[in-house]
Design a protein around this ligand. Sequence first.
Ligand SMILES: [Zn+2]
Ligand SMILES: [Zn+2]
Length: 349
Amino acid sequence: MVWEMRWHPLREEWVFIAAHRQDRPWSGDRVRDKEKELPEYDPECYLCPDNVRVSGARNPNYADTFVFDNDHPSVGLHAPEVIPPPPGVFRNRPALGIARVVCYTPKHNTTLAEMDRNGIVQLLKTWQQQYRELGSHPEIAGVMMFENKGEVVGVSNPHPHCQIYATSVVTKFIEVEERASLAYWRENRRTLFQDILKAEAADGRRIVVQNDSAVAFLPYFARYAYETYVAPKEAYPSIAEMSAGELVDFADVLRSVLVRFDNLWEMSFPYVMALHQAPVDGGDYGHFHFHIELYPPLRKPNLLKYHAGIELGGGNFLSDTSPEEKAAELRALPDVHYKLAGAGSQTGD
Ligand SMILES: [Zn+2]
Ligand SMILES: [Zn+2]
């Protein structure tokens, strides 16, 4: 049992780990699909092929990924440029940016966890193209790609998709990670994230799955019960620099993590997934190491991690599980999705 505070070097904050409290482990009931069966094509879905969106645009009959400009953008190239200046200490700026949606597949009723290697590789290539293209706009300083999955994180449309916010500012966590990585580089002449990977490899207890060029682990300083990082072993500022072979390895590791998430309680596991990539404002980001962070909000089936006093009020996270224990749980699960494993299969407990 772990009862200590752990330093989060990428966010520069302490995480409270209080896994000593006698919290009974999950007894093993499966949540097994109260999930409703979905059709492969939904005529009402604005993301399905050939359907008309609110903007009046018709989706093409796409075969793998499909990218379009968000019809309800929170940032846009046409956001008002002349805005009234606020008084005194306050500051504002135009909500300049590009907001896009990426459909992973035409199949309405699948998820990233259930997609095959080729489909995931295709998505990774789409992310590469988007990072390059959006990064080439002079107005854009940061490209944030993220997926919100599941009703508990507010997603009403199950069609597998992610969003891209390409913004004229660098988002907060990237800015902090970049600052911390640069300071670490100046002090040690080593890449911070490389040293994290090295320490995780040396310990080994928090690694979920890995292959030649990619690795998935619960970081030592995880803030959520099942928080998982997926990274190439080589340091690249963004996904755009990764080779075709590395994309395949990365797809395999990402898929394996998501399958284990779903297999945990035999339910489609909700999460927020964020790609952490270097800013695109023309700076030198050779010390930045691209990775994906996955934040599953559940601690147990139907039990959400709430952001309460210490998180919202103090800005530090309290976790009542240890990443070592949760990584072992995920590691022990099969790598084949329960929906594909067939009736009567065991799920590794
Ligand atoms: Zn759909
Ligand atoms: Zn990060």
